[in-house]
Design a protein around this ligand. Structure first.
Ligand SMILES: *[C@@H]1O[C@H](CO)[C@@H](O)[C@H](O)[C@H]1NC(C)=O
Ligand SMILES: *[C@@H]1O[C@H](CO)[C@@H](O)[C@H](O)[C@H]1NC(C)=O
Length: 246
């Protein structure tokens, strides 16, 4: 009899522990990473969210997506998982704005059940739609690609594309993005406004850790003239990103 009561007490405790765990202490978040450079299109991207993870106490769910465009080439890198950062609403902005090589990011941290659930690239479609289209061509053209140096950016797959007027410096750098299971090293080549690191102001995008090394193309392209416009949304994001560094 005593044994039976002990058993039911144990069972009760177990049930209570199970019922308390997800709601009071730990959050369930989608877990996913992506790095895609082939056949990337803003409209046909469909993300299958198959895995989820239980976060540590007080962590939230993060989703950070980086969309890269250079000429006709596109790339996507992203991270979904747990984050210790404070919650913040979706932030979508250009880290490097067009014309020329552009890098846009979407990032949020939320604290409700499986809330990092974006499965498409709609935020980027809206961002692009809000951007003026610059069509003025320049006489210059640059080798263009985004992807792995032994795949999409093999010399035979690099194309030469015409530069827009205000971005006529040839750029090439190697980037590494790391967060959780995401660990991708890739190349960006194309027309840029100036010859310097694209992401020198960003060590992190959300919790994706960024490192960039400039590749030397040729000495003649080392002199750049452009200028970078830094609007209010840019500085807001920079502040936000600073919050993350720990
Ligand atoms: C994503 O999560 C939010 C709540 O966090 C919910 O309102 C919304 O319906 C979800 N969207 C999808 C596509 O599941
Ligand atoms: C990331 O990949 C590089 C090689 O591509 C490797 O040297 C490095 O150790 C990896 N880092 C992590 C954290 O897995």
């Amino acid at each position: 009899m005593v044994l039976k009561d002990w058993r039911s007490l144990q069972l009760l405790c177990l049930l209570e522990a199970i019922s308390l765990l997800p709601c009071a202490e730990a959050l369930l978040c989608y877990e996913a990473t992506a790095s895609a450079f082939r056949a990337v299109s803003l409209h046909n991207w469909k993300w299958l969210l198959l895995r989820s993870m239980v976060c540590n106490q007080r962590e939230g769910c993060e989703e950070t997506i980086v969309f890269i465009e250079t000429g006709t080439r596109k790339g996507i890198l992203s991270f979904k998982g747990c984050s210790s950062a404070f919650s913040y609403p979706p932030q979508i902005t250009y880290l490097v704005s067009p014309p020329g090589v552009s890098i846009a990011s979407y990032s949020r941290v939320c604290r409700s059940y499986l809330c990092n659930n974006l499965t498409n690239l709609e935020p980027f479609v809206r961002l692009k739609a809000s951007q003026p289209i610059s069509t003025l061509p320049s006489g210059k053209s640059c080798p263009t690609c985004v992807g792995k140096h032994d795949e999409e950016c093999l010399p035979s797959f690099v194309t030469t594309e015409n530069c827009p007027f205000s971005a006529s410096t040839c750029h090439s750098s190697t980037l590494q993005f790391q967060a959780g299971n995401l660990n991708t090293t890739f190349l960006i080549m194309g027309c840029a406004r100036e010859s310097r690191k694209l992401l020198s102001d960003f060590q992190h995008i959300g919790s994706i850790r960024v490192t960039e090394v400039i590749n030397i193309l040729d000495k003649s392209s080392a002199v750049g003239a452009g200028h970078c416009s830094r609007g209010p949304s840019w500085s807001a994001l920079l502040c936000l990103l600073r919050l993350f560094r720990h």
